[in-house]
Design a protein around this ligand. Structure first.
Ligand code: PLP
Length: 453
């Protein structure tokens, strides 16, 4: 029986009765009823009532090539017929993960040549955490196991992901995080720069917090620093250009590994294949997922730099870690086709030289001047709009996040999907957006802001 045989009300009732949702207040959702998205095409999603909504979030930062790509469905179908599943444990492999690993090594920064697959960003970060600690143990320094992360970072929802992340509401429900992870200040100039402090100086000060944490623990106790090149779920916090080179210099000085979480930024979002290239970072690990398959299949890839890989291979023996669906043949076939499409359509270059700059200009021109907007910022095709009560003083509305939620609801009613996180609205559209789509989005957001006033 297909869903068409159910009314919206029936689907909502069944949803409320049986389906627990991620990051959801279920009582609230029961009262309002869930919005049931039934189909999608290009940059648009459609709900059960046929409402067309421009998807400003690419699903959840992932549908980078847009919806309705037959080629991905065909790649999955062909692979399912030929080999729907086989594992890559116990010295077995299958062709699509092999070829995908080769492709990823070609696209990644040049000292990054090995890939460990999983099904989600959270799993990949779990692998990354285990791998860097294992690395230092193999190097004879098991006590070098502390990880430095940042407040408001998002690294996933498993216990390891939550512990690595710096989301306070998530930690509050954890009742016991993975030990030896500390969180330092984030590079968020809009709220944290001192009066008169330049962006450049603020970036250096935020990086200094990493050095302070290393010195406090002692460098011989610190395994790695982990960070999203641009903090995503925390509110598209774009660091000053001075931040990453300084963090990298500090990590090198104290022999601390550098782990990048590119689950959002990977595969073109900032205008390069990886934000490591945008910010000129040479990381030891790069966590990726989401846009690797444009969300058409669940797949993650932890990209591992030569330094760690060499130790793992030469000194490691068996790495006692892995997932049933690591290197899933169908997910890898879809990823290969997805990367082929991104290359064929020149989407990364388009974000860098065309749609990214156009998006930045359109946000400034159509949104930046609004009374409710304290700041707009973007890099490539990810952006943020800060909602404030007072532009000059940056005073926020209370309770925190309420005004952004109101604007978000108006935006959805205008046919525009974007997200509210705290007092910040965020945008992360498919990379297929054109000038026309960007203009349409800005028009709808401006109207939602007017209604939210
Ligand atoms: N890391 C970052 C930076 C993310 O944004 C996310 C998800 O949004 C994750 C990790 C977790 O990925 P997943 O939800 O696939 O487990």
């Amino acid at each position: 029986m297909t869903y068409q045989n159910y009314s919206l009300k029936q689907l909502q009732q069944i949803d409320a009765a049986h389906h627990l949702h991620p990051f959801t207040d279920h009582k609230e959702m029961r009262e309002a009823g869930s919005r049931i998205i039934t189909h999608a095409s290009g940059p648009f999603i459609y709900d059960s009532e046929g409402t067309e909504i421009l998807d400003g979030m690419a699903g959840l930062w992932c549908v980078n090539i847009g919806y309705g790509r037959d080629e991905l469905a065909e790649a999955a179908y062909a692979q399912m017929k030929e080999l729907p599943y086989y594992n890559s444990f116990f010295k077995c492999s299958s062709p699509t993960p092999v070829l995908l690993a080769k492709k990823l090594a070609e696209l990644a920064p040049k000292h990054v040549n090995q890939v460990f697959f999983g099904s989600s960003g959270s799993e990949a970060n779990d692998t990354a955490l285990r791998l860097v600690r294992h690395y230092w143990a193999l190097e004879g320094k098991p006590e070098k196991n502390r990880i430095i992360s940042r407040k408001s970072a998002y690294h996933g929802s498993t216990i390891a992901g939550t512990s690595l992340g710096g989301m306070e509401p998530m930690h509050r429900q954890l009742n016991g995080a993975v030990p030896n992870i500390v969180h330092v200040m984030m590079p968020y100039a809009y709220e944290l720069a001192l009066p008169g402090e330049s962006d450049h100086d603020f970036g250096l000060r935020a990086a200094k917090a990493v050095e302070d944490a290393i010195l406090e623990a002692g460098a011989d106790k610190v395994a790695a620093f982990i960070g999203e090149p641009v903090m995503g779920a925390g509110g598209v916090k774009i660091p000053p250009m001075s931040y990453w080179p300084e963090v990298q210099r500090i990590c090198r000085k104290y022999d601390v590994l550098l782990m990048l979480d590119e689950v959002i930024t990977g595969y073109g979002r900032t205008g390069e294949w990886f934000a490591a290239q945008t910010f000129d970072i040479e990381p030891d690990t790069i966590t990726t997922a989401k846009a690797l398959t444009s969300g058409y299949q669940p797949l993650s890839a932890l990209l591992v730099g030569d330094r760690i890989a060499a130790t793992l291979v030469e000194k490691g023996g068996e790495f006692n870690h892995g997932y049933t669906y690591a290197g899933h043949p169908v997910a890898c076939a879809v990823a290969l086709k997805n990367l082929e499409i991104i290359e064929r359509e020149g989407l990364v270059d388009r974000v860098k030289n065309d749609t990214g700059p156009y998006f930045a200009k359109a946000l400034q021109e159509h949104i930046g001047g609004h009374d409710l907007v304290g700041e707009v910022r973007s890099i490539g095709l990810m952006g943020a709009i800060e909602i404030v009560r007072d532009k000059a003083t940056k005073e926020r509305f209370l309770p925190a996040g309420s005004a952004a939620v109101t604007v978000r609801d108006h935006a959805v009613a205008q046919g525009m999907m974007l997200r509210a996180t705290g007092d910040t609205m965020i945008l992360s559209p498919p990379l297929i957006w054109t000038h026309e789509t960007i203009d349409m989005a800005c028009g709808r957001i401006a109207k939602a802001l007017d209604l939210g006033q």
